[in-house]
Every structure is written in structure tokens, then in C-alpha cells.
Design a binder for this molecule. Structure first.
Ligand SMILES: Nc1ncnc2c1ncn2[C@@H]1O[C@H](COP(=O)(O)OP(=O)(O)OP(=O)(O)O)[C@@H](O)[C@H]1O
Length: 254
């Protein structure tokens, strides 16, 4: 092979590698109210990974997720999320960033005065959708993905916690996100429902080709649905190598 061909091949491989990296942070620091919460953040997530973020309460897991969805600035260092440069992220770019992300919270954060369908249409309206017919089609599709299409006209209070979380997963999928950020998504659920929600999250992420970065305290879930694990410990982000790193999508055959 000629040297120029090798150069070309190398350039193609480099480009592919960049495309695959959905999160990349180098020498990052995160502050809350001028207090340094996490330092030395050096990590990457690729487009097909399930990565858990663990750490003691108050260690900074939510703060890191907030940086990734543009709620909190990256204090120092360089970083990119789904193609957006974090240090130079402008306020007006945040809705564009969020259009490429799905976000799932512990407390579901559904609008209580609207039906499930209205909740979904509201988010679509706020993220740039305008064609009513396409909006309704996508709302139905995501409800089918989570198996709750019959609940479209129901208000959240008439749903169980597990069902509400399924709706919030459906909501996170509306814009076909490259990355789902989940902050303790099973934190308000009993163990059995937590497992169902994890099965669902992994299955829909595979179906929609989304990576998942999920903060959790629940080590039972981490062991049962193995993925990569990073831990916030002593103000630093550390990769844990002792847990299994095989692909949960393959392991569970879903
Ligand atoms: N809005 C805020 N203003 C000031 N300090 C904050 C703010 N939010 C969080 N903090 C502080 O930042 C630190 C990290 O909080 P964070 O919520 O990121 O931790 P966490 O690991 O997600 O905790 P938990 O597991 O309890 O949810 C804590 O000391 C917290 O008190």
C-alpha cells in the first residue's frame, strides 16, 4: 500500500472515530456556586454504549448530566456532546442541543394538567415540530415503542409510577435522540418495576440507535444489565474496570 493510501485510510478511520464519539470531555471541571465539584474529567462515550454513572449522593452525578444537557456550564476544559462544543455553547443553541438528546428524570416531570398525548405534542411544539399530522404520528409511534398507546388520552395522575416513567421514556424518544441522559430513572420505582423500565430503556435505545448515559445508585440494576461504569469519587471521574463491559444489547438478546 502506498504511503498516501495509508494516510487516506488513517484519515477515514480518524473521522469515523470522531463521529462515533457522542460525548467527549478532556480536562473538564464542574463547579456549583464557585465550588469545584468534579475535576479531571476525561472520558468519552460512543454512539452504541450503555454507560452508568455512579457515586455517593452529592458527589456530582446530576451536575455532570446538567453540563451535558446545557443546564450548567462546563467550568474548564474542552468537551463535545452530540456535535455541540460545550465551552462555546450559547444560550440560543441549548434548544438545538436538547433536540438531539433524550432526557429522563427520576420524578418523570410530566405536565400534570395535560394528557399523555398533549404532553408529547407539547414537547414536539417546543422542539420545532409544526406539522400536526406528523406530530400525532410520532406521538403514536413512541407510545407504541413503550407499549402504552392506549393511554394517549389519560392524564399522568391516573398512571402508575412505572407507566409514568414509560411515558417519560417515550417523550425522550420523540426527536430520535443520539443520546439518552437518564438521572436516576428507577429512583422512584420498586425493584420489579425498575427492572421492567431498564429492559425497556435498553430495548428502545437499541431500536432507536441511541447511546444511554445513566446516573444511578442502584447497583442491582448495574449488575443485572451490565454496561460500562464510571464513578465520581473524591471529586474525580474514574472508569471502573472490574464490572463486566460486554454489550447489554447482545447479552439480553434485545
Ligand atoms: N443549584 C445548586 N447550587 C449550588 N450547589 C449545588 C446546586 N446543585 C447541586 N449543588 C451541590 O453540588 C454538589 C453535587 O450535587 P449533585 O446533585 O450533582 O450530586 P449527585 O451526585 O447527583 O447527588 P444525588 O445522588 O443525591 O442526586 C452537592 O454538594 C450539591 O449540594
Amino acid at each position: 500500500m502506498l504511503l498516501s493510501e495509508l494516510d487516506n485510510l488513517f484519515a477515514i478511520l480518524q473521522k469515523r472515530r470522531r463521529v462515533e464519539q457522542i460525548i467527549r470531555i478532556q480536562n473538564g471541571k464542574i463547579f456549583q456556586n464557585n465550588n469545584l465539584i468534579i475535576r479531571d474529567i476525561n472520558f468519552e462515550i460512543k454512539g452504541d454504549e450503555l454507560v452508568y454513572l455512579i457515586g455517593k449522593t452529592g458527589s456530582g452525578k446530576s451536575s455532570l448530566l446538567k453540563v451535558l444537557y446545557g443546564e450548567l456550564p462546563l467550568g474548564e476544559g474542552s468537551g463535545e456532546v452530540v456535535g455541540f462544543d460545550l465551552p462555546s455553547l450559547k444560550k440560543k443553541q441549548i434548544p438545538l442541543l436538547r433536540r438531539k438528546l433524550g432526557i429522563v428524570f427520576q420524578d418523570f416531570q410530566l405536565l400534570t394538567d395535560r394528557t399523555v398525548g398533549e404532553n408529547l405534542l407539547f414537547v414536539m411544539g417546543a422542539t420545532g415540530w409544526s406539522d400536526k399530522r406528523l406530530m400525532e404520528k410520532r406521538a403514536t409511534e413512541v407510545l407504541q415503542l413503550v407499549g402504552l398507546e392506549t393511554k394517549i388520552n389519560v392524564k399522568p395522575h391516573a398512571l402508575s409510577g412505572g407507566e409514568q416513567q414509560r411515558i417519560s421514556i417515550a417523550r425522550s424518544l420523540l426527536n430520535k435522540p443520539e443520546l439518552i441522559l437518564a438521572d436516576e430513572p428507577t429512583g422512584n420505582l420498586d425493584p420489579e418495576t425498575s427492572e421492567e423500565i431498564m429492559q425497556l430503556l435498553i430495548a428502545v435505545a437499541k431500536e432507536e440507535k441511541s447511546a444511554v448515559f445513566m446516573a444511578t445508585h442502584d447497583m442491582t440494576i448495574v449488575e443485572k444489565f451490565p454496561g460500562r461504569v464510571v464513578r465520581v469519587e473524591d471529586g474525580q471521574l474514574k472508569e471502573i474496570n472490574t464490572l463486566n463491559r460486554f454489550n447489554p444489547f447482545e447479552t439480553f438478546g434485545i
